[in-house]
Design a protein around this ligand. Structure first.
Ligand code: FE2
Length: 497
């Protein structure tokens, strides 16, 4: 196995030797063949279909309809973009005027003709539809396999997969029929780990010329692997630090006594460049900004994605803001906060009684990494507008806290609290492994684990009950479960928030 892995790595490093249309995980015959297909909600009656190709497409076009055999509708765009160092182009087409909660089929046009196999997705339940649904939540989930987390380790790396152990992507794929859609609030591919993987001799050293290719191979391997999920279920992302950074900026090669700066990183790696190109989150319909902050409704819930990395407002700097390695601000002063307040204030709680915010960094956590600038800005708004749940990661542990505001635990706990519920599950897995809990745990923490990889499910039962399950990635079983109760009369649709 070790020999095979090494041989593969060497093949990747020798970029001139690989086929033209090899992206780190798979090879395709034609440069216009779609790879990495993904769907995102876009307003109440739309989705954005995105995919990558090895060649720019003049006019990305999708045929679609409710039946797979007669795709009578067509949508197209001129949105086929790339960035320095990328090996592919990201193509985006918006499909509008769709029926809610309806199965659609779509085909991608390749060189003027249809692709062979139609894919299928389901549109969002309309706001005000109070039928139950389930959302998959992964945070800090990076590349699995020989370019990321596997059963092999580099020198000094920890938490490899056990032989035969399922990855989060594999388990999520097995359970996909249970999920309506998947959210990934930050730290997506961990392609920036290429530097650490080379220093730790997990991947062979490459020259400065080849470094960007290794970075992009990892990036593509992640989205290729994820296609089992994203081509069937909408995949909604938020920015995390690994969308901007250079493996935390100061990676040390202790063996050779070298500390790398951001100068080692390819230009396409920094400044959220790939993240801005690869996705088209619904900031247009919700008045947000690019993929940084936006919102959307699904049935009885209003989902908000915030940017904890930049643009915190009130003169506070985001953790990833300002340095040459990092980036932002992307909006005007206070733009994100002003938007968030307006967005939360405009929620019709009779239609969407649940309000859930997804962001990357924790405000409350027993493993450190707390973003105090984030909580200073966002927490008062969460409290003022009755946000039910804030779900995040960044810390590579699972940490379910009590509802809390301003460091005071809500005495009602999960029984109709006045405060927002805070959950961290950044343990979905990537080359860097897991973090460590600090003991004693914080007094507000109700359950935590730092032993194994996991993801979460949010089960919206009705207007008053929301269950969060923490699931082992290795076997798909639930290891922690808690239900939030809000005292709302679902039958009447009348309650006070
Ligand atoms: Fe992070």
């Amino acid at each position: 196995m070790a020999i095979r892995l090494w041989a593969l790595c060497l093949t990747l490093a020798a970029t001139n030797a690989v086929p033209s249309y090899y992206d780190g995980y798979q090879t395709v015959d034609r440069p216009t063949q779609p790879v990495q297909m993904r769907i995102a909600y876009n307003g109440p009656y739309g989705v954005t279909v995105s995919w990558n190709t090895f060649q720019q497409i003049q006019r990305p076009t999708v045929r679609f309809a409710e039946e797979p055999y007669f795709l009578y509708r067509t949508a197209s765009s001129e949105d086929s973009t790339t960035y320095p160092t990328s090996l592919t182009y990201s193509n985006h087409v918006r499909l509008n005027g769709l029926l809610p909660d309806t199965q659609y089929y779509e085909q991608y046009l390749i060189d003027g003709s249809n692709s062979s196999q139609p894919l299928s997705f389901r549109t969002a339940k309309e706001a005000g539809n109070h039928e139950p649904f389930t959302v998959g939540v992964v945070v800090d989930m990076g590349t699995f396999g020989p370019l990321g987390l596997s059963t092999a380790t580099g020198v000094g790396a920890a938490n490899p997969l056990r032989p035969g152990e399922h990855t989060t992507i594999q388990t999520l794929s097995q359970q996909l029929s249970e999920l309506d859609f998947v959210v990934h609030p930050g730290d997506l591919s961990y392609a920036d780990a290429w530097l650490k993987e080379e220093i730790q001799r997990y991947l062979p050293n490459t020259s400065r010329i080849d470094n960007p290719t290794v970075y992009e191979h990892i990036n593509n391997a992640f989205y290729d692997e994820l296609v089992n999920i994203t081509s069937y279920k909408p995949y909604m992302v938020s920015p995390g630090n690994h969308e901007a950074n250079c493996d935390n900026g100061g990676t040390k090669d202790k063996t050779n006594g070298v500390t790398y700066t951001e100068a080692i990183c390819p230009v396409g790696q920094t400044n959220f460049t790939g993240f801005r190109n690869r996705f088209r989150m619904p900031s247009g319909p919700s008045g947000g900004l690019e993929n940084f902050w936006y919102s959307y409704d699904y049935g009885m819930a209003h989902f908000v994605s915030i940017d904890t990395e930049t643009d915190l407002g009130h003169g506070l700097t985001g953790p990833d803001e300002g340095s040459p390695e990092f980036s932002g601000p992307f909006g005007l002063m206070n733009q994100q906060l002003d938007w968030l307040e307006k967005d939360l204030a405009s929620v019709d709680r009779r239609k969407t009684p649940w309000v859930v915010v997804l962001g990357h960094r924790p405000f409350y956590n027993s493993a450190g990494g707390i973003c105090t600038n984030c909580s200073a800005n966002f927490e008062p708004l969460f409290h003022r507008y009755g946000v039910d749940l804030y779900f995040c990661g960044h810390s590579h542990v699972y940490n379910r806290n009590a509802p809390i505001y301003n460091n005071v635990t809500d005495p009602r706990e999960l029984n109709n609290p006045n405060s927002t519920w805070y959950i961290v599950n950044g343990a979905a897995g990537h080359y860097d492994g897991l973090d460590t809990l600090n003991y004693p745990l914080m007094p507000y923490t109700r359950y935590a684990q730092d032993q194994d990889y996991s993801f979460s499910k949010l089960i919206f039962h009705n207007c008053s009950h929301l269950t969060q399950q923490a699931v082992w990635s290795s076997n798909g079983s639930v290891y922690d479960e808690a239900t939030l109760f809000k005292d709302r009369d679902c039958a009447k649709g009348l309650w006070k928030e």
